[in-house]
Design a protein around this ligand. Structure first.
Ligand code: ATP
Length: 375
């Protein structure tokens, strides 16, 4: 296959996942039509809780191989609280994908857009533009990713463990510094904050020690530490002072929801999960069972995740036009909010999934929006 044609394993999944993924696909396809020079082939893969309830397995036969062979994985949302394994946990094959494909770097941008009501009253909240980098294969999720690693698991006691390895942590911190360097070149702060609990856990002390070792290779990037409890406080007090924040799995899980809340809600929370050879892209939110089938879901988190995917594919395949497609979509979203033409129901507006998608299509076709990117 050409370097400008991408095979994308596409998993709509459960709940609102099915609606929002189609919305994102139509936006990416339009961006490729407008920009030219790249093409996405979307290969559907059945997986998730609903599929599990019908077929007794959480990914269709052969699905994992097809996912493994694709250029990237694009996922809607997976899991339904009403469908569970015997041990009470939800059906989450995507947690297994993280492990299978070594997707250690969970990239979760948190960015304020104009005209979305800020949850913080300080005017500086409109400057929030940070990335939570969540390690996604070990940490406190290590025993959760596959269901047979609990050291003690009986009716009276269950143990989960916090696993930090040097191999993954070195790669993670390097990823954080490179990301900060890339962001600095685009005018952002260019700083990495190591968020940990090194004063209490030995695993976290190792996490911090490796951060201090790796920062020596990135002298142009500011490096600092913050304990995770203090970080929860700072994210409410002065989030605009942060850039890239790197942390273990569970801390990242919690703080990225807090981050989503800071800039409106989970409907803006995009996510990339990147490993050495694979990349998985999905919104950071779940399948939102409370709004399934009501045309209320905000598709922008998934659409923003598709822009992260285009940037990834652009790098991976050396295809510059894919990153131009990404820029065009981002510009359309930014301008749409600036003009108050994007008003998702999630933020008290009047636009459901379909209306947001249709407006974004209009914005992508708008010559003024295109000029922002193409000139
Ligand atoms: P998971 O554990 O799988 O991440 P969750 O239990 O945290 O899922 P979500 O499915 O993310 O829950 O939903 C949390 C809340 O955010 C719900 O009230 C849901 O309706 C809302 N929500 C999530 N995604 C969206 C979206 N795209 N648009 C609007 N509201 C959303």
């Amino acid at each position: 296959m050409n370097n400008n044609e991408f095979q994308i394993a596409t998993v709509p999944g459960d709940g609102i996942g099915k609606d929002i993924i189609n919305s994102a696909i139509s936006i990416v396809d339009l961006s490729s039509e407008i920009i030219g020079g790249f093409k996405c082939n979307w290969e559907n893969i059945n997986a998730g809780a609903e599929y599990f309830a019908q077929e007794g397995c959480d990914v269709e036969p052969g699905g994992e191989d097809r996912i493994s062979n694709a250029d990237s994985i694009f996922l809607g949302a997976i899991g339904l609280p009403t469908i569970r394994h015997k041990d009470g946990t939800e059906v989450c094959p995507h947690l297994r994908f993280r492990e299978m494909f070594g997707l250690y770097a969970g990239v979760r941008p948190v960015k304020a857009y104009p005209n979305i009501t800020n949850r913080l009253s300080n005017k500086l909240a409109s400057n929030i533009d940070l990335v939570i980098l969540r390690e996604s294969t070990e940490g406190l999720f290590y025993t959760a990713a596959v269901h047979n690693r609990c050291p003690v698991d009986n009716n009276d006691e269950v143990q989960d463990i916090m696993r930090i390895t040097r191999k993954t942590t070195e790669k993670l911190h390097d990823f954080a510094f490179k990301l900060a360097r890339q962001r600095k070149s685009k005018g952002k702060l260019g700083k990495v904050t190591c968020v940990d609990k090194a004063n209490v856990f030995r695993s976290q002390a190792l996490f911090r020690k490796i951060f201090d070792e790796r920062k020596e290779n990135f002298k142009d990037i500011e490096a600092e530490h913050c304990y995770v409890d203090a970080m929860a406080l700072n994210l409410i007090r002065n989030p605009w002072e942060y850039d890239v924040m790197v942390m273990e799995n569970m801390f990242g899980d919690i703080l990225s929801d807090l981050g989503g809340g800071l800039v409106g809600g989970m409907g803006m929370a995009s996510c990339a999960e990147i490993g050495d050879n694979h990349g998985l892209f999905q919104p950071a939110h779940g399948s939102a069972p409370d709004i399934i089938g009501q045309n209320k879901a905000n598709p922008l988190a998934t659409i923003l995740s598709s822009t992260l995917m285009l940037d990834y594919l652009s790098d991976k395949k050396g295809c510059k036009s894919a990153s131009e497609g990404s820029k065009l979509i981002e510009a359309a979203i930014e301008i749409g909010f600036k003009r108050n033409e994007l008003r998702p129901i999630e933020f008290g507006g009047d636009m459901g999934t379909k209306a947001v998608t249709e407006k974004l299509i209009t914005l992508l076709k708008d010559k003024n929006v295109q000029n922002e990117v193409l000139t």
